[in-house]
Design a protein around this ligand. Sequence first.
Ligand code: GRF
Length: 197
Amino acid sequence: KNIVILISGRGSNMQAIVDAAIPGAHIAAVIANRADAPGLAWASERGIATRTVDHKAYDSREAFDTALAAVIDQFSPHLVVLAGFMRILTADFTRHYAGRMLNIHPSLLPAFTGLHTHRRAIEAGCKLAGCTVHFVTAELDHGPIVMQAAVPILNEDTEDSLSARVLREEHRLYPEAVRAFVEDRLRIQDLRVFVAE
Ligand code: GRF
């Protein structure tokens, strides 16, 4: 299955998925919305096709998303993986990839959508934090949940220490979810996703 991964920055989740070397998964391209995203160099050093679609070159979200989809679709993806891709996507774009686009979010959704999830979880006095892989729908951070992992929040935690603990789980969880998709083990029913063994 062809997989296109979208990043905006370091791309450590992208690296975890590439390094997992999932049988049947072909990483067709890594695409960033900024030419200086460090993950792009990492991917191209490994012989993966890379592209940049710079959001600043477009004067609307619609124009950017149309250009981005055109580049993505050159690689005939079965799956599009958002890995730290920091752009809000239009409803048309999410519909085009309905059922074949995943995101990872660093909270236990539906709690803490949006930014600064770790700081907000600590401030709320939560005892658990975590990450969620979900299918992408038009509403930000709201699509059907595929898999989650939880970690404790410790008394002495800072935003940095907690985000490092969650990130380790992201690197385990995201390849596992991609593997389940590639193996055709994910079933969406209403708003729930069932993962077959
Ligand atoms: C991750 O914490 C991911 O959950 C969030 O942005 C961060 C991206 O990190 N959406 P990386 O670029 O994968 O290293």
